[in-house]
Design a protein around this ligand. Structure first.
Ligand code: FES
Length: 170
């Protein structure tokens, strides 16, 4: 709970104090990786795993302490889809739009999710419960169309099944 509160406030000046422990751990990751080739990615991964996303003050600290321009860090965070600079919802709904899923109705599933959640891919519901994203392939093409919510994979989805699954997370 305290960690969640800290996450909520980390982007503010107040947050810098409240989330001191998180910043300390980010700095530890910086120290651990400093001077190594490819230090940036593991530091960003550590920061995101601690905070849930990559707020600007954290990127500024990483930029300063790893001596990497902020523009380079922006480039990396936007290139890799698993990094995000905006807070995500409690549940990440990933709908597969790879070829197998697409031809077997993936678009209808995506439309259902957009309608039910009232958001577009890349957005989070106002209540912070769901974030919606599109992925290329979840590795179970024979069971398309596929949607994952966190670690759980839902196979052979239909709009009706999708609505049922969403309601189980309400
Ligand atoms: S294309 Fe959707 S799981 Fe592979």
């Amino acid at each position: 709970m305290a960690k969640r509160r800290a996450k909520d406030k980390i982007g503010t000046a107040e947050g810098r104090g409240i989330a001191g422990e998180i910043f300390r751990q980010v700095q530890a990751a910086i120290e651990e990786n400093r001077g190594q080739a490819g230090a940036l990615i593991p530091v960003l991964q550590k920061a995101q795993s601690l905070i849930g996303y990559l707020p600007l003050p954290v990127l500024q600290i990483i930029s300063r302490d790893l001596n990497i321009p902020l523009s380079t860090i922006y480039g990396v965070t936007t290139f890799y889809s698993f990094f995000t600079m905006v807070p995500r919802g409690k549940h990440i709904v990933s709908t597969c739009m790879g070829t197998s899923c697409y031809v077997r109705g993936g678009e209808r599933i995506l439309n259902t999710l957009q309608k039910e959640l009232g958001i577009e891919p890349g957005e989070t519901t106002r209540d912070g419960l769901f974030s919606l994203e599109m992925v290329r392939c979840l590795g179970c093409c024979g069971l398309a169309p596929v949607v994952s919510i966190e670690e759980k994979v839902y196979r052979r989805m239909s709009p009706t099944k999708m609505k049922e699954v969403l309601s189980s997370y309400g």
